[in-house]
Design a protein around this ligand. Structure first.
Ligand code: FDA
Length: 391
C-alpha cells in the first residue's frame, strides 16, 4: 500500500503536533505510541507546565546558544498563551513564571490534536517506521500501521521523535539515527534535569528531607529546593544543576542562600546562648541535616561558647558544602536529553537541514535544552511552529 503526502512528521509529541498544526494540508503525522503527546499528559504532575513567562534564550543550553533565538522570538510564550485562551483553557502561575493548567495536562493534548485536524493533517498512531530513504526529490518511509506494511512518499520529512529520556514511555534515538543517515552530526547526548547519585549513598538517613538551597556547578547557580534521597539528591535545584554537572566535578550547596544564619546565630547567642548550638541551628535547618553535619563541622557545646570567628567558620561551611556526585539516575528518570542534532547543520529560522532540502528537525531531538520550568515545552512550540510555517 502506498500513501503520498507533502509532509511526513515522525513523532506526535509536543513539537510534532505543533508543526502539524501549522504545516498545511497534505501532512501526515505518525507515532508508534497508542496515544499522542504522552509526555505532555504526565508533565507537571498531570497539570503540564506548558511555558514560562520569563522565557529568553538564556534559559537554554546548546553548543550554539544563539540558535534558539529566532524561533523563540517569532513564536513566544505570549503566542502560546493566545492559543490556550482561544481554546478556553484556564491556567495559573505557580512560581518563577511557570504556567500550569488549572485542570488537566490532557487539555493541551486535546488542543493540539484539534489544531492539527483543523489544518487538515492526518494522525496515525501505533505506527512504526522501519526504513527511510530519499530518491533525490522525495523521502520514502516504510511504515507498519497496526500490522499493515505500507510506503509513504513525502516531499518533506520532519524529525520530531524527541530525545532518549524515559525509554519506558517510548523514547528512542530515532531522530539522531535518521539525521546521521542524512549527513548530520550529533552532539554528545546525556541525561539532564535528572537526580544526582552517590555510590556510597551518604544521605540515606536524610531521605525525604528538603530545604531551599543555592546549588552551583561550573559557574552556574540555581536558588530552589533540594531533596535528599536514598540514592543522592533531587528536587528542582538539583535537577537544574544536573544539566551543567559532568562526571568528576563537585557541586556546591549553599544551605543559607539568603546569608542570614550568621547574624541570627549571633543574635540568638544573646538570648538563648546556653542552648546547644545544634538546637539553635535546628531552628533554621532541618534537624536531621544538622545531626548529619554535626561531626564534620565539629558542632558541639553551647552557642554562648562560640566566638564570632567560630560562628563565621560554621556558617561559611554551611554556605559552601562541596560534594562529588558519582552519577545520575540516567535516562530512566531524566526529564530531558542534553545535546542532540547539531544546530550547525540546521537553519535557525526554519529548522530545515542546510544541505538536505525538505529535511527538518524540531523539539528535544535538536541540541537545544531548556531549564526546568516550562522552557522545554516552549522550545517544542517555537521550533515546531517555525518548521510548520516554513513548510
Ligand atoms: P516528545 O518526547 O514529546 O515526543 C516525541 C514523540 O515521538 C513521542 O510521542 C514518541 O512516542 C514518538 N517517538 C519516539 N520514537 C519514535 C519512533 N521510533 N517511532 C515513532 N514515534 C516515536 N517540559 C516542560 O517544559 N514542562 C514540564 O512540565 C515538563 N515535564 C516533564 C515531565 C516528565 C516526566 C518528562 C519526562 C518530561 C517533562 N518535560 C517538561 C520535558 C518535555 O516533556 C519535553 O521536552 C517535550 O515533550 C519534548 O517535545 P518533543 O515533541 O520534542 O518530544
Amino acid at each position: 500500500m502506498r500513501h503520498n503526502c507533502n509532509t511526513l512528521i515522525l513523532g506526535a509529541g509536543a513539537a510534532g503536533m505543533m508543526c502539524a498544526a501549522n504545516a498545511g494540508p497534505s501532512t501526515l503525522i505518525i507515532d508508534h505510541a497508542r496515544a499522542p503527546g504522552e509526555k505532555i499528559r504526565i508533565s507537571g504532575g498531570g497539570r503540564c507546565n506548558f511555558t514560562n513567562l520569563g522565557t529568553t534564550p538564556a534559559n537554554f543550553i546548546s553548543a550554539n546558544p544563539h540558535f534558539c533565538k529566532s524561533a523563540l522570538s517569532r513564536y513566544t510564550q505570549w503566542d502560546f498563551l493566545d492559543l490556550i485562551a482561544r481554546h478556553g483553557i484556564a491556567w495559573h502561575e505557580k512560581t518563577l513564571g511557570q504556567l500550569f493548567c488549572d485542570d488537566k495536562a490532557t487539555q493541551i493534548v486535546t488542543l493540539l490534536v484539534k489544531e492539527l485536524r483543523q489544518s487538515g493533517a492526518d494522525l496515525w498512531l501505533s505506527t512504526h517506521v522501519s526504513d527511510i530513504s530519499h530518491d533525490g526529490s522525495r523521502f520514502h518511509a516504510t511504515l507498519d500501521r497496526e500490522g499493515r506494511r505500507m510506503t509513504v512518499s513525502a516531499r518533506n520529512l520532519v524529525l520530531a521523535t524527541g530525545g532518549k529520556s524515559i525509554p519506558k514511555m517510548g523514547a528512542t534515538g530515532m531522530a539522531y539515527d535518521i539525521a546521521r543517515q542524512f549527513g548530520h552530526q550529533i552532539t554528545e547526548t546525556r541525561p539532564a534535569l535528572v537526580p544526582l547519585t552517590f555510590s556510597d549513598a551518604p544521605f540515606t538517613a536524610l531521605s525525604g528531607t528538603a530545604l531551599p538551597v543555592r546549588a552551583s556547578c561550573d559557574g552556574v547557580s540555581f536558588d530552589e529546593a533540594a531533596l535528599f534521597t536514598h540514592r543522592g539528591l533531587s528536587g528542582p535545584a538539583i535537577l537544574q544543576i544536573s544539566s551543567y554537572w559532568r562526571e568528576g566535578q563537585a557541586i556546591t550547596l549553599d544551605l543559607d542562600p539568603n546569608a542570614r544564619l550568621y547574624d541570627m546565630l549571633r543574635q540568638q547567642r544573646q538570648t538563648t546562648g546556653r542552648r546547644n548550638i545544634t538546637t539553635d541551628l535546628g531552628h533554621y535547618l532541618p534537624a536531621k541535616l544538622v545531626t548529619h553535619l554535626a561531626a564534620s563541622l565539629g558542632l558541639a557545646g553551647n552557642l554562648a561558647d562560640h566566638s564570632d570567628a567560630r560562628l563565621a567558620e560554621i556558617t561559611g561551611a554551611l554556605r559552601g558544602w562541596q560534594m562529588k556526585p558519582t552519577g545520575t539516575e540516567g535516562y530512566r528518570t531524566a526529564e530531558v536529553t542534553l545535546g542532540g542534532i547539531d544546530t550547525n547543520g540546521l537553519s535557525s529560522k526554519s529548522m530545515e537541514s542546510n544541505h538536505m532540502p525538505g529535511l527538518y528537525a524540531i523539539g528535544e531531538a535538536v541540541d537545544v535544552t531548556g531549564w526546568l520550568g516550562g522552557y522545554n515545552f516552549q522550545w517544542a512550540w517555537s521550533s515546531g511552529w517555525a518548521a510548520g510555517k516554513a513548510i
